[in-house]
Design a protein around this ligand. Structure first.
Ligand SMILES: Cc1cc2nc3c(=O)[nH]c(=O)nc-3n(C[C@H](O)[C@H](O)[C@H](O)COP(=O)(O)O)c2cc1C
Length: 205
């Protein structure tokens, strides 16, 4: 990828993280072959054992980074027990990484309803049919559940399942990393301050 086509200029000069994140995500949207908003989501279980899996970032602003899931899934249970999580974006085409750590909030019902309503009908049915992360005896059992919910919601709106919503990571830290020659990479971390601002620090690679 021709780096001169990127929007972000010298990212180490950025004074705050959200505009910088927006430019990097925009760059990724132009360069990644698929799912530029895919992000590894890390949680810990009640034994303190870490867990990680991909999700899709569905929104971000000064309040935090939002994704949606089944709250009865492993990740849902792990987050509800700790209300903490971390995320790691890696855009191979850009040789860039962004790490986010912080406490977690549940998005408002209105926000979750609006996003759920925007999803394709099949995905809304799927949210009802999938007991995410629990044992499934066969593919047929899943297809049967899909058929049952398709019949149940044949007419009218499909409501959002009560166990399906969004989490928002409210960042304590956001770190931007960009590949440089000889592993002498640039790393800039923003740490949130008590007055709601950000302090910036450069880290050894
Ligand atoms: C690119 C990608 C995006 C995904 N996005 C989501 C998502 O937004 N929400 C979700 O619940 N699962 C998503 N998944 C599936 C999860 O990675 C995971 O398999 C599932 O949520 C169960 O995880 P858990 O058992 O740790 O809760 C995605 C998987 C991939 C590979």
């Amino acid at each position: 990828m021709d780096e001169s086509a990127l929007t972000s200029g010298d990212f180490t000069e950025s004074a705050e993280p959200f505009r910088l994140f927006a430019t990097w995500l925009e760059d990724a949207s132009n360069s990644e072959p698929n799912d530029p908003s895919a992000v590894a989501l890390a949680t810990v279980d009640t034994d303190g054992l870490p867990d990680v899996r991909m999700v899709l970032l569905k929104g971000f602003d000064e309040q935090g980074f939002v994704f949606y899931t089944n709250f009865q899934s492993a990740k849902g249970q792990e987050i509800l027990a700790t209300m903490k999580a971390a995320m790691c974006f890696h855009w191979k085409s850009l040789r860039r990484q962004v790490r986010v750590r912080g406490r977690v909030e549940v998005v408002s019902d209105a926000e979750a309803d609006a996003y759920f309503a925007s999803r394709p009908r099949g995905s809304r049915i799927g949210a009802w049919a999938s007991k995410q992360s629990r044992s499934l005896e066969s593919r047929f059992a899943l297809e049967k559940a899909v058929a049952e919910y398709t019949a149940r919601y044949a007419i009218g709106e499909i409501p959002r399942p009560p166990y399906w919503s969004g989490f928002r990571i409210v960042p304590q830290t956001i770190e931007f990393w960009h590949d440089r020659p000889f592993r002498l990479h640039d790393r800039i971390v923003f740490r949130s301050t008590a007055d709601g601002g950000w302090e910036k620090d450069r880290l050894y690679p």
